[in-house]
Design a protein around this ligand. Structure first.
Ligand code: DQQ
Length: 539
């Protein structure tokens, strides 16, 4: 439907039509980034799930390939569900995925490339002895899915973890294998958190505490922490925690039990789910993929004929300044889409004002902005807005002493539509400041049948740091990163006025008691080439 075509993104990965969900099996192989994804070939709603496949040289421009795996055996006839790739030291590639069987039981299956000399890895073979794993005693037949990338242990065995739940306790089982065909279930679980429900798409990987580099999945030892991430089926958010992995007991312990998996930090406080990392040996980094679903109605998805986008892949690092969170930042390759830029230096935004930023059409942007709040106001203010909450304190329209201030993106000239991304500072009686980073969708669209939430959370700001944000704007998605990626928010929005040439950009400051000084650099972004692989160029 051409009328809804402005909602398509221009540089985010999405299929040409129909439904997409989780990222699967990402890897770098023989010069190509491979990306698989949950896909419905028949409709713009979830169902009939196959593994679709695309390749890229740079994680930005993509070529669609034929489906890698479809439902064609009793053990995956109800769906080829999520899974992960493991690159073996001998050059082989192992793909483990969940099949939903003819009886809708969740089992784990093994697949591998038919031809390792094909850099495109077009053909995949399912192991003849599938399934290789079935739900063990005590685990529900439908609570057993999404195997991780395997890691290699000092006792020369591979280990894989698979999310599940026992009653309402979310957990992840660990298996040991030498050949990916026969497995031994380990005694203890990797970890479990009461009340968190089914853990989908578990991810488990090391991060370096001593250098800004990515680590391959099997790295252990000094200078390493382990991240455990679960996608909570009950509330559809991706939660992570930092902790220590003990390969003897095969268990993981959170650094801070109050910030455990599912009750603490999220990768992203907006619309973001079923994410997965991989180690990119090409650039020595760990790259995170995450799925952003629609927040409009199913009827609208059917009408427009497609649903979902993937966020721009993010590099994940341990934040050794705070020591307590990750940093996520869009891969550097996205900067190759930057076209002309405009700088705005030391723009004063008075309390209660809106300042237009003349960048012309503002549908495809990369924005870097720094904010300094008036020192005197900051110091002169006594207690302010203790108990502030992005979602419940009135959003961008709610006025406090020291916020909100930030950007209005995907706005029309009259501001009848706007998506806001902002900081809000609250001050305790002890003088301590807490900074919030939020995104308000409540006026993002005149349409009634779309989700319009106010998202966000606190963001750590260290002494001497300016407030900073980076935004990637692409028609109907806004990815926002505060303080170098300590807190991230993805908004899926459906403007009806602020589209094409009518989309504008503004600064705003709704604080009652402080002005802010802002400096920005704003790039117009090119579109990415995302299209079928040209037949005649297949090797
Ligand atoms: N999506 C897949 C499952 C996974 C869920 C099915 C998460 O494997 O648990 O499409 O979105």
């Amino acid at each position: 439907n051409a009328m809804l075509s402005w909602q398509r993104t221009s540089y985010h990965f999405q299929p040409q039509k129909n439904w997409m969900n989780d990222p699967n099996g990402p890897m770098f192989y023989k010069g190509w980034y491979h990306f698989f994804y949950q896909y419905n070939p028949d409709a713009a709603v979830w169902g009939n799930i196959v593994w679709a496949h695309a390749v890229s040289k740079d994680l930005i421009h993509w070529l669609y390939l034929p489906f890698a795996m479809v439902s064609d055996h009793w053990y995956d006839i109800n769906g080829v569900w999520s899974g992960s790739a493991t690159l073996l030291p001998d050059g082989n590639i192992v793909m483990l995925y969940t099949g939903s069987t003819n009886e809708s039981v969740q089992v784990q299956n093994l697949a591998y490339p038919a031809n390792l000399s094909d850099p495109l890895l077009i053909d995949w073979v399912k192991y003849s002895g599938n399934p290789v794993l079935v739900p063990p005693p005590g685990i529900g037949l439908k609570d057993y899915r999404d195997p991780t990338t395997a890691w290699y242990t000092p006792d020369r065995k591979w280990r894989v973890t698979i999310g599940s739940k026992v009653n309402t306790t979310g957990t992840s089982l660990v298996y040991q294998t030498e050949d990916f065909i026969s497995y031994e279930l380990m005694d203890g679980v990797l970890h479990a958190v009461p009340g968190t429900g089914m853990w989908e798409c578990v991810d488990f990987y090391p991060v370096s505490t001593i250098g800004d580099i990515g680590l391959d999945t099997s790295v252990i030892g000094a200078g390493v922490k382990h991240v455990l991430k679960a996608s909570l089926d009950d509330d559809k958010h991706d939660y992570y925690a930092l902790g220590t992995y003990d390969e003897e007991t095969e268990s993981w312990t959170p650094d801070n039990p109050a910030e455990d998996v599912g009750i603490g930090m999220r990768y992203d406080y907006g619309k973001y789910y079923a994410s997965k990392t991989f180690y990119d040996q090409n650039k020595g980094r760990r790259v995170l993929w995450g799925w952003t679903g629609e927040t409009d109605s199913e009827a609208a998805d059917i009408e427009k004929g497609w649903a979902s986008v993937q966020t721009i892949p993010r590099v994940v690092l341990f934040d050794n300044k705070t020591g307590s969170n990750l940093l996520q930042w869009p891969v550097e390759e996205v900067e190759s889409l930057r076209l002309t830029s405009k700088d705005f230096i030391n723009v004063e935004v008075g309390a209660g004002s809106v300042v237009p930023l003349d960048v012309g059409t503002a549908t495809q942007l990369d924005i870097i902005a720094e904010f300094e709040i008036d020192e005197e106001a900051l110091e002169g203010t006594m207690e302010a807005d203790v108990g502030y909450n992005c979602s419940t304190s009135g959003g961008a329209a709610g006025r406090g002493r020291l916020g909100p201030f930030g950007l209005l993106v995907l706005a029309d000239e009259s501001l009848s539509e706007q998506t806001t991304v902002y900081f809000y500072i609250s001050k305790g009686i002890d003088g301590n400041l807490t900074t919030f980073f939020c995104s308000d969708e409540s006026r993002s669209s005149k349409a009634n049948d779309v989700g319009k939430q106010v998202y966000g959370n606190t963001v750590p700001v260290l002494n001497g740091e300016k407030l900073s944000m980076r935004l990637l704007v692409d028609h109907s998605i806004v990815e926002s990163f505060a303080q170098g990626g300590r807190t991230c928010i993805t908004s899926r929005v459906y403007p009806t006025e602020a589209i094409y040439g009518a989309a504008r950009l503004f600064l705003f400051n709704n604080a009652t008691g402080a002005s802010v000084i802002t400096s920005l650099k704003i790039w117009k972004m090119n579109s990415a080439f995302i299209r079928p692989f040209p037949n005649d160029q297949r090797i």
